[in-house]
Design a protein around this ligand. Structure first.
Ligand code: PMP
Length: 352
């Protein structure tokens, strides 16, 4: 072995869901939105002046930040935008989770959190969710180097009330508390209304789910301006130009079209209701979903078997071979037609 081998930063990377590309597949495995982004997005991309690509994009992402600030009633300096919320979360880990004490996040949550903790050398503890996959708030009263919670949580789809979030904030005035709201527009009330009350709170959101723009990679965090400045300083110590020119233009158009955004979220919620109904009829149980996916298990059939059978029919859902959740399927809400195909398949499969 060469000497340099001893000095490699070895990590076990995050495993994203499969991205198969089959013509007639039904893709319900990565929580993408089945509807296109707001019409203004297609228009601005089509009419984009490609000549502008020779220039670096605006490092301050001013146009998009102004639009978001306007939408959330915040000041421009209370928002930081990055390349998807994964980028934003990674920068938050690097900026704030820098103490000797372990950071805290639940045993069942977004599986990228331990990966960032490992790559940045942050120690962590994972308090167990209760048997209904709910947070036990007292587990977060102990000393810690920071807290991160996805709300609604992934892959459980469960939303914890703002009372729980606020209780955890009150017990952690000396820690940074991050709420990852990737799925907030499908159900819950955002913690963003607490950022002026708690100067240790960061609320992260994304364009990948409710704004149908996973391919554009836009995420953002809202907090008081001091916290935003710390993230901005770290970001500008790594790479000043992150969000590309096309993404900035498209992001602005998406935020401008409030009506399209609200309608498209309503459609998903409606389809979720119909899906819950047939899943229940077919013997599945699941926690109440506040997200664009359902986390379901069957009373008789093993999740891994259903997963395999679905895949063989080009219907993709997500299966996690992890402790406590290895008999569940995470099923993204697609269009009514796609869910109808899923229903048809399950009906046949479960009645064999
Ligand atoms: N947080 C949670 C809880 C997620 O499920 C995801 C999607 N994988 C993300 C953050 C990251 O999303 P993106 O980087 O596309 O904004």
């Amino acid at each position: 072995m060469n000497n340099w081998q001893d000095y490699v930063r070895r990590v076990i990377p995050y495993t994203p869901g499969d991205q198969p590309n089959k013509p007639n597949m039904i893709k319900l495995n990565t929580n993408e939105n089945p509807y296109p982004p707001a019409p203004g997005v297609a228009k601005v991309i089509k009419n984009m002046d490609a000549g502008k690509l020779r220039l670096y994009p605006d490092p301050k992402i001013k146009g998009l930040i102004e639009e978001l600030a306007n939408a959330y009633g915040l000041d421009n300096d209370q928002i930081f935008v990055g390349v998807g919320s994964d980028d934003v979360l990674s920068l938050i880990f690097l900026t704030f989770f820098n103490s000797d004490k372990p950071i805290l996040f639940p045993d069942i949550t977004y599986s990228f959190y331990p990966v960032w903790a490992d790559v940045y050398g942050v120690s962590y503890e994972r308090p167990k969710l209760d048997d209904n996959f709910m947070i036990v708030k007292e587990d977060y009263y102990k000393e810690n180097g920071g807290i991160i919670l996805a709300n609604p949580n992934a892959p459980t789809s469960i939303y914890e009330s703002l009372d729980i979030i606020e209780d955890i904030l009150i017990h952690n005035r000396d820690s940074i508390v991050v709420i990852d709201e990737a799925y907030i527009d499908f159900g819950g009330e955002s913690a963003v209304k607490l950022i002026n009350k708690y100067d240790n709170l960061l609320v992260v959101q994304t364009f990948s789910k409710s704004r149908s723009m996973a391919g554009m990679r836009i995420g953002y965090v809202m907090a008081n301006k001091k916290l935003i400045k710390y993230i901005d300083d770290v970001k500008h110590s790594i790479n000043s130009y992150t969000l590309n020119y096309a993404s900035i233009l498209a992001g602005i158009e998406s935020v401008k079209d409030k009506e399209y955004f609200e309608n498209s979220n309503k459609k998903i919620i409606n389809t979720r209701k119909k899906t819950e109904k047939f899943l229940t009829e077919y013997g599945f149980t699941f926690p109440k979903s506040s997200a664009n996916f359902i986390f379901a298990k069957h009373e008789k059939f093993k999740a891994v078997d259903i997963f395999g059978a679905l895949k063989a029919s080009d219907i993709y859902v997500r299966y996690f071979n992890h402790d406590r959740i290895d008999n569940y399927l995470r099923i993204t809400i697609g269009t009514d037609e796609e869910m109808e195909e899923l229903r048809f398949f399950l009906k046949k499969y479960l009645n064999r």
